[in-house]
Design a protein around this ligand. Structure first.
Ligand code: ADP
Ligand code: 5GP
Length: 207
């Protein structure tokens, strides 16, 4: 059976739990590739070049912009982040790949949506602002200044929730995850993504 290919954007204010949800999604759906972005941000403890991000300096990032290597890019929290066309080509060129997960901000989501209308957008919300601050602070790798900067822009990020198709509140992780899993399963069953099956049956004769 021809597989369905879903491009899934996951966005949230920093600290709402998008990375945690993405990791769980990857183990539940190993056929979904994670889009590895380029960034000028320094690696956090435990982050690996090529797995979490492609870490590059600003000059290299600007070269890539000039070469039109990105399907989208944006400045977020003072650093540049971008999704390269090559990431999507890699997924499309791999047999059995069921799609991609993009962990990107609302500016990137808007740019991809303009180019790929059937992309699926999911926005993850924290249950409350104090809980968001607690989670940001709980991520021990961040300095207080980084925590404050990220918390200060969280409201502006939440204002853009209407750019997305689904909104998931990450209060209890298992509940949030099962909602996300439901989104992937429902999106795979969309008529447009299953039409080829119906058409094949219709062409198979003996009706
Ligand atoms: P983001 O990728 O959105 O910045 P993370 O996935 O890194 O967020 O999560 C931020 C912090 O909150 C991490 O320490 C993570 O373990 C924690 N966290 C994520 N989801 C929950 C949840 N549902 N309840 C409590 N803590 C959570
Ligand atoms: P972090 O520094 O915490 O890994 O990511 C900070 C923010 O940048 C998050 O909102 C994340 O989704 C966003 N981000 C990561 N990669 C990209 C990308 O390629 N493009 C855009 N537009 N945002 C990204």
């Amino acid at each position: 059976m021809a597989s369905t290919f879903v491009l899934l954007i996951l966005s949230s204010p920093s600290g709402a739990g998008k990375t945690t949800l993405t990791r769980k999604l990857q183990s539940r759906f190993p056929e979904l590739f994670f889009s590895v972005s380029h960034t000028t941000r320094a690696p956090r403890n435990g982050e690996q070049d090529g797995r979490d991000y492609h870490f590059v300096d600003r000059a290299r990032f600007e070269e890539l912009i000039a070469e039109e290597a990105f399907i989208e890019w944006a400045e977020v929290h003072g650093n540049l982040y971008g999704t390269s066309m090559a990431e999507i080509e890699r997924a499309k060129g791999t047999p059995g790949c069921g799609g991609m997960i993009f962990d990107i901000d609302y500016q990137g989501a808007r740019q991809i949506r303009a180019k790929v209308p059937d992309v699926v957008g999911v926005f993850v919300l924290p249950p409350s602002m104090p809980e968001l601050e607690r989670r940001l602070r709980g991520r021990a790798s961040e300095t207080e200044e980084v925590v404050q900067r990220r918390f200060a822009v969280a409201k502006r990020e939440i204002e853009h929730y209407a750019l997305f198709d689904y909104v998931i509140v990450n209060d209890e992780l298992p509940t949030a995850f099962s909602e996300l899993e439901g989104v992937v399963l429902a999106e795979r069953s969309r008529r447009a993504r299953r039409a080829h099956v119906a058409e094949r049956l219709l062409r198979s004769g003996r009706i």
